[in-house]
Design a protein around this ligand. Sequence first.
Ligand code: HEM
Ligand SMILES: [Cu+2]
Length: 614
Amino acid sequence: MAHSHTKKKSVVWDWLTTVDHKKIAILYLVAGGFFFLVGGLEAILMRIQLMGPTQEFVDGATFNQLLTMHGTTMIFLAAMPLIFAFMNAVVPLQIGARDVAFPFINSLGFWLFFFGGLLLNLSWFFGGAPDAGWTAYAPLSSSDLYSGSGVDYYILGLQIAGIGTLAGGINFLVTIINMRAPGMTYMRMPLFTWTVFVASALILFAFPALTVGLALLMFDRLFDTNFFNVAAGGNITIWEHLFWIFGHPEVYILILPAFGILSEVIPVFARKRLFGYTSMVFAVALIGFLGFMVWVHHMFTVGLGPIANAIFSIATMAIAIPTGIKIFNWLFTLWGGQIRFDTANLWALGFLPTFVLGGVTGVMLSVPSADYQYHDSYFVVAHFHYVIVGGVVFGLFAGLFYWWPKMFGTLLHEGLGKWQFWLFFIGFHLTFFPQHWLGLMGMPRRVFTYLPDQGLDEGNLISTIGALFMGVATIILLVNIFITARSKVRAGNDPWDARTLEWAISSPPPEYNFAQTPLVRGYDPLWVEKMDGRTELTPAEPLGDIHMPNGSIIPFIMSVGLFIAGFGFIGSNLPAILIGMGTTLVAMFFRSVIDDHGYHIHKEDLEKDLKEGK
Ligand code: HEM
Ligand SMILES: [Cu+2]
């Protein structure tokens, strides 16, 4: 057992106080998975409403709330934390480290995200959820003439969760720069670690724009400032800029790690080295850089003028080049490989054509004159779901099936995995492919109903049936997890015959990860050892005592404090604000004055573990 060296603690206390990246990964997976189910349920409710013309399953006001909460939940509370789950589970292991650089901040990041998400979702029970869209455009969001108190939950919830994300991004930047094992040079880093590195840099630069935007919006709503009030000299376009300066990089923060997962899965299941490693790294960095140059493609119809539109149009099209490089490199990796069609690889292979379709419609949308036609239509809904479900979610499923044995020590059931894949894959295309035509025929996005006999009936019916397919597929995944958790079939260290460091140690790894820090002797370091006829890594240090950080309840308390303060701001309740902020500050004070030296795992215990094959 991984905990054998520490004092016995209750299970709940252990999870609330853990600073172990592997456990924080599981927390992110469970919480992100839960919010994925919530966001999925909201999607299905919307699709039921849109199944036929002039239906009254939900009314327009409820639809707006479902729409806003679905988009916001899926982006901030499902996709982001699920990415963070794999970042935490995998990156320290892939670079041969014992943990992330700042384990305490890692735990703080999780709890801030969790309580921010909780605050946002409590809006359903206190006066209604936000209803101004996930983009919260002013003045829709800034004036209570147009939107209810739900937007306050959006602002405070995202502000709190956003601080957590920012802390996580900085943590992973420092981890990847400082904590690599000897010999793990930048150009030997696995592609997943590379994509996490670039995505973390994007978090560092993108999230502050959102923080500023949310702060201004909060001032307008709570303290009657006029940042977005045109009548008082404010400017609504500023919100759109701030939001998309954050929002476009955000979609790359999501898709780059999904690219990284593909770059791990495809070489392993094709039994070939990743084709064009150097160009892959270059493409990731270039996409990250260009990701900041394109935000105005969301604002072509605002009227910034032909020069601005042209520049942002060309910058957007340019991203297709490094993305195309990646697609071809994956295809060349598969070319001539001994391809195995395990579920993890099915998701990766399903990703390729689906994501390419989303990319093609992206290039179509990047032409401003054409965008005047597509803008705010179902064509856009089809486009972004192709990249964000066909890309991000397919990539996450590939990662789930691939790394599950490393995270939990068991293998997910392959047969159920394949059923889930095919139902989801077919359901996905049934749902979103017809939406291209619905959009071109003039169906606007964000409408709760439409009239009959306008050529929209069949497409919407097919779309809803597809969504139900995806719902069934998701239930199959839950069954799979349930069965796997009960069966307890051990996976072994390296069930896929893989190439990177995480597969050299036991599943799940002991709390200190590597008994001896490994010496990295080349790209695909485990494969290098395998080619030399070895099954173990070359150690870079003698066996010795390992220094470990103590767990702490302080991150949890700090987050609860901000959660209470958030409630206080929403209800303009001064005592709640003071109690909440006070709790957080006192917790921070204790963190500063208590000297916590951690503890040591002794060499003798490590030797015992090694003998038992951990
Ligand atoms: C997998 C099944 C999914 C289904 C059936 C689905 C369905 C929908 C529907 C019906 C809408 C409303 C469209 C409109 O009225 O304009 C929507 C909007 C949206 N969806 Fe999804 N969706 C799914 C997954 C996702 C995922 C995984 C994400 C992100 C990670 C996502 C992000 C969004 C966003 C950002 C919006 C826009 C919200 C807004 O306009 O404010 N969706 N989706
Ligand atoms: Cu964009």
